[in-house]
Design a binder for this molecule. Structure first.
Ligand code: ATP
Ligand code: MG
Length: 343
């Protein structure tokens, strides 16, 4: 009886990966139940704000809204940029997961970038609380990513993880359930998209939106010059004539456009290696480095890292889900949760 009761409320517990690009929700005992872009479309009339759409539907509106509607990405560089909208988004997702059983107040574990400030942590905690959480736990993203990728984080051995998301790249070395070294740089997928839009503006006099830039990156982005040299047709607005036009862009142009961001990520990995204690470095030589996050899917990024640092580089299975799976596993296993959550 008491067990039933306990199980009943425990099972509403959830893990949320509140990402700059995507938000994922994992429910205890069910796995991943929601995966949506972190975008909210809001209609503004006088002083009233009304949420029109959240997730995929809102993402389709990015850059296409009339004056009184804005499509907002409330997370920027891995942290909350717009508190109110983040809270509205979280509330919407939590309700959807609970099928509008409004009385349910779950315990929620939220992943945050390593090294975020106290103020930024409080913002996450408060927005989850006002969105309906009864209790909020925080877990560092690289720790969650390592658990999600199935690394033996509690053993006395080095687990090196590189999580490349939309807003941040997190590099960490984990041993005995603790972070030995971590570094978070605010360069990841979004900065690549911006760089692509800039490049196309400069070189082809063509204005494109962030959505198109991301599509180009995903379709023809390739970090290593390697045939086939894929091409893509892009439509945008001509900067000179103001009229819509189409240009053809090839993979090597995109490689050039995002080179600086890729370089920053490679440097972050190198500097982590330089700061890792020698015994742990020896483990990394054997076990290599695991890549997670959507950025791990950028074509040949793994090859580029392998060529540069000469270590085994492994892309996690389903890198877009590693963080939420890891947070979810921590939720399923309270002894892990106790060891890895941050206060
Ligand atoms: N196949 C692909 N090739 C290149 N980039 C990709 C691919 N698929 C997704 N991405 C990029 O991955 C990023 C999203 O990854 P992810 O969902 O891990 O980020 P996030 O967790 O929301 O962000 P953060 O962890 O920084 O807060 C986006 O920039 C997206 O463009
Ligand atoms: Mg992430």
């Amino acid at each position: 009886m008491i067990l039933d009761f306990l199980f009943g409320w425990l099972s509403t517990d959830m893990a949320i990966d509140l990402g700059t690009a995507n938000t994922l929700v994992y429910v205890k005992g069910q796995g991943i139940v929601l995966r949506e872009p972190s975008v909210v479309a809001v209609k503004r009339n006088a002083n009233v704000q009304k949420v029109l759409a959240v997730g995929k539907e809102a993402k389709m509106m990015l850059g296409k809204t009339p004056g009184n509607i804005v499509a907002i990405r409330p997370m920027k560089d891995g942290v909350i940029a717009d508190f109110e909208v983040t809270e509205a988004m979280l509330r919407y997702f939590i309700r959807r997961v609970h099928k509008r059983r409004a009385l349910v107040r779950p315990r929620i574990i939220v992943s945050v970038p390593s090294g975020i400030t106290q103020v930024e942590k409080r913002a996450v905690r408060e927005s989850a609380e006002s969105a309906g959480a009864r209790e909020v736990y925080l877990i560092e993203e690289p720790m969650a990513a390592a658990i999600g990728a199935g690394l033996p984080i509690t053993e006395p051995t080095a687990n090196m993880i590189v999580d490349i998301g939309g807003g941040t790249t997190e590099v960490a070395v984990i041993s005995l359930a603790g972070i030995v070294y971590s570094k978070s740089v605010r360069v990841a997928g979004d900065k690549m998209d911006e760089a692509i839009a800039q490049y196309i503006k400069k070189k082809h006099n063509l204005l494109i939106g962030e959505h198109s830039a991301e599509k180009i990156k995903i379709e023809v982005g390739n970090v290593v010059p390697e045939p086939p040299y894929e091409e893509i047709e892009i439509k945008g607005r001509d900067l000179v004539t103001g009229v819509p036009k189409t240009v053809v862009i090839n993979a090597s142009e995109i490689r050039e456009a995002i080179n600086e961001q890729v370089e920053t990520i490679v440097e972050a990995v190198k500097s982590a290696l330089e700061r890792t204690p020698p015994e742990l470095s020896a483990d990394i030589v054997d076990k290599g480095i695991v890549l997670t996050g959507g950025g791990a899917l950028l074509k040949n990024l793994d090859k580029r890292l392998r060529d540069d640092i000469d270590l085994p580089i492994i892309i996690a299975d389903d890198p877009l889900s590693s963080v939420v799976i890891g947070s979810g596993k921590a939720l399923d296993n309270l002894s892990i949760l106790k060891e890895v959550m941050i206060s």
